[in-house]
Design a protein around this ligand. Structure first.
Ligand SMILES: Nc1ncnc2c1ncn2[C@@H]1O[C@H](COP(=O)(O)OP(=O)(O)OP(=O)(O)O)[C@@H](O)[C@H]1O
Length: 221
């Protein structure tokens, strides 16, 4: 069974004649454990698609089914819980909480869920991302690559089935990008997670098992 499916997904902004069809009928199916890159030019609809898949925004029409659950059947509160448990997000600008240290940033989703941190798993993730000696640092004392590794650890800590990454290396130099991508790929593989990553970089997309190209809100390849 696919872990994620969209059916004729549409997202329109505005009204005729000034309507923007950000997504215009996207149907796709992603299997558990797959690494999929979504590629396309600026404004093609990549972020809109990722936001719909992660339940961060609602479509104009069409369906998103994650792990057998139709997201349109969930109210705001249940959607928030669903996101926290099923999906890990990694954004281009890291989105770390500046007043929390590295340890607190990583464990925040678990704390918010009223859960206890799986200590052995935390150690594993932190070691894999080489953050062992950074746990008491504040985010603003870290390099971009280190901050993105913290964001990846935070995305993984609740053991989500799916990791959604929106241009995760957009703010990093090419060497750090390669390191971060290698770690993202290795960690999601190690923990049997599905990784869906937006990029406008062809070279980065080649790391994926499958590339989905978006053009004007539609799948072109
Ligand atoms: N909130 C919004 N209101 C109106 N139009 C929007 C809104 N969000 C996105 N759009 C439009 O929808 C289209 C798709 O935007 P989207 O951000 O998904 O593209 P993208 O492929 O992620 O682009 P980029 O690579 O530049 O981030 C664009 O034409 C954009 O201007």
């Amino acid at each position: 069974m696919p872990i994620l499916q969209t059916t004729d997904l549409k997202k329109y902004y505005g009204d005729e004649p000034n309507i923007t069809k950000a997504l215009d009928g996207v149907s796709l199916s992603i299997e558990p454990g797959e690494f999929v890159a979504i590629i396309g030019t600026s404004g093609s609809g990549k972020s809109t698609l990722l936001n719909m898949m992660g339940g961060l925004d609602v479509p104009t029409s069409g369906k998103v089914i994650v792990d057998g659950k139709d997201l349109s059947t969930l109210n705001e509160e249940h959607l928030a819980i669903f996101r926290r448990r099923k999906i890990g997000f990694v954004f281009q600008n890291y989105n770390l909480v500046p007043v929390l240290n590295v340890y607190e940033n990583i464990t925040l989703p678990v704390e918010l869920d009223g859960d206890t941190v799986d200590k052995a798993f935390m150690d594993d993730v932190v070691r894999m991302l080489a953050l062992d000696d950074k746990l008491s640092n504040m985010p603003n004392n870290l390099s971009g690559g280190q901050q993105q590794r913290v964001a990846i650890a935070r995305a993984l800590i609740s053991k989500p089935a799916i990791v959604l990454a929106d241009e995760p290396t957009g703010n990093l130099d090419s060497r750090t990008s390669n390191d971060v991508l290698g770690l993202l790929k290795a960690t999601s593989h190690r923990f049997h997670q599905t990784l869906i990553m937006i990029t406008h970089n062809n070279e980065i997309a080649q790391l994926a098992d499958r590339i989905i190209r978006i053009e004007d809100g539609r799948i072109s390849e």
